[in-house]
Design a protein around this ligand. Sequence first.
Ligand code: SF4
Ligand code: SF4
Ligand code: FES
Length: 249
Amino acid sequence: MANKTVQLEIKRQASPDAPAVWEKFEIAWQPGMNVTSALMEIAANPVTADGRPTTPVTYDSNCLEEICGSCAMRINGKARMACSSLVEHLDQPIRVEPLGKFPLVRDLQVDRSVLFANLKAVKAWVPIDGTYALGAGPRQTPQQQEANYPLSNCISCCCCMEVCPQFNEDTDFVGAATIAQVKLFNNHPTGKVLAEERLRALAGDGGIQECGFAQNCVEVCPKRLPLTSAISDIGRDVLLQQAKDFLRG
Ligand code: SF4
Ligand code: SF4
Ligand code: FES
């Protein structure tokens, strides 16, 4: 019996201005192989399927267990994590290309710093810095912890933004991940001191009103964050905040 192989077609681009080309690879199949391990195999022997030497494919990767969020890419047309995309579950040839809505760095590597800028804009943190010991924080009930835990699972992969029809240069929409983190930090007993500022940051252009509620985001999220309920809840809170600010003059 012939040895089993894996075929991949990978979109290559040496720099943001270089022309994009698709390269085909055929590598030996191994049990439990995922797209990241296939890319590692190619890096160890960068030769195309027709025997032409090439360069190793550039991509981001770190944890290899769907925790760091760095390896998001489009695999067979779907935004997903390379490290948890098992080859045996994918149709071949496996088509691998970079996320399309973020500035390209090289090959499969993109610059997703917009998410971190958005998280900064909504103050997605608990403000506990001080010059003296602040003591123990307020207690949270197990029910509160359970309600908030799913929101804390975001790995900043940007898949939800990639598939969102509203995430584009025309709207400057912050995207679902940022809205979910506003809910997480506004629910936190210490984090909520910045709740009003976070809601105001989502009230302007590019804020929550840009969401068309198409729900592509919740379908694609690898960590299954409850994004639609976060968007509904924060949408309501932003409206209430706007009403309060209006009445305060
Ligand atoms: S619900 Fe639709 S429009 Fe709103 S963030 Fe999700 S994908 Fe984007
Ligand atoms: S909400 Fe989900 S899809 Fe969006 S960045 Fe976080 S983990 Fe990724
Ligand atoms: S390498 Fe960390 S999520 Fe894939």
